[in-house]
Design a protein around this ligand. Structure first.
Ligand SMILES: C[S@@+](CC[C@H](N)C(=O)[O-])C[C@H]1O[C@@H](n2cnc3c(N)ncnc32)[C@H](O)[C@@H]1O
Length: 273
């Protein structure tokens, strides 16, 4: 089970990105996306990333009560959930990510900060003494768990949902018939620093490798953060959720900027026994 695996940190980067980075030789310093170095890059980039936020908040609004956010990271979704007026418990495994979330909360207005509880923990194995109107697992973070980890997650989420509550999760995967694919996205972080984000999709292995580094490779060490995760089709997750006693009642297609990959937000409720 890889429930406690943070990222994936393969030592090699696939595709064109890997070949270009190999030319930099020992100037390349590999790191994980959620470690001490990677978390700073992740946070800088994610501050400008509004993907799925509007859709997620729209679904959460239909569920009264406190919200449990799993794999909360540095707060990309936590802050909008708080801004929507909800009490949020934010659970995160990686200490560097959680520390950045705590720093962000520290700077936030008290009316937001006072409604957030943070927990260092594993989303596939935790016990809290309250139940929630919504459990949120955004940003395709379900992909960080293997099959056994996902089964444990579904059981744990069930145990923490209030009656009438919903589990909201997102996933992204290649469309049917897609072949191996590589995309480079040039992005600016909130600091103004420019980055390259490489996505390498391999339908053969059913994986997606995300690699991040600063755009300026002109001199000095180049920190390269990389993570390989499963690309889990919505149908697979719907089947797993059904086997775990959930009924998926909403499947929202999210904007992806192309037609080679699908990104989907699922809303699942516990099936009455
Ligand atoms: C793709 S990021 C998403 C972070 C945040 N939700 C966002 O939208 O930016 C995935 C997060 O899951 C965390 N994570 C990985 N494995 C985990 C686990 N087993 N339990 C809890 N968090 C985990 C990582 O440390 C990382 O912060």
């Amino acid at each position: 089970m890889t429930a406690t695996a943070v990222g994936g940190t393969p030592r090699s980067v696939p595709g064109r990105a890997g070949r270009a980075l190999a030319e930099l030789g020992d100037r390349v310093v590999m790191c994980g996306i959620y470690d001490e170095v990677g978390s700073l890059i992740y946070d800088d980039l994610s501050r400008n990333d509004t993907h799925e936020v509007r859709e997620l908040i729209g679904l959460v609004r239909r569920r009264p009560g406190p919200v449990l956010e799993l794999a909360a990271g540095t707060g990309r979704l936590t802050m909008p959930l708080l801004a929507a007026g909800r009490d949020v418990t934010a659970l995160e495994l990686a200490r560097p990510m959680l520390d950045l979330l705590l720093a962000r909360l520290h700077e936030a207005p008290e009316r937001l900060r006072e409604r957030c509880t943070t927990i260092e923990g594993d989303m596939a194995s935790f016990t809290l003494d309250r139940r929630f109107g919504a459990v949120v697992l955004g940003t395709t973070s379900i992909s960080l768990l293997d099959e056994e980890g996902r089964a444990a997650l579904y059981r744990t989420v069930r145990d923490h949902l209030a009656p009438g509550g919903a589990f909201l999760l997102s996933t992204t995967y290649p469309t049917a018939g897609a072949t191996q694919d590589e995309i480079r996205i040039d992005m600016a972080g909130a600091s103004g620093r420019l980055y390259h984000l490489h996505e390498h999709w391999s339908p053969q292995t059913g994986t997606r490798t995300v690699t991040l580094h600063a755009a300026d490779l002109s001199e000095g060490p180049v920190h390269v953060c990389t993570s390989t995760v499963a690309a889990l089709p919505a149908d697979l997750l719907e089947n797993e959720l059904a086997a775990a006693g959930f009924r998926v009642n909403t499947r929202l297609t999210l904007r992806t900027g192309g037609d080679r990959h699908e990104s989907v937000l699922l809303e699942a409720e516990v099936e009455p026994r």
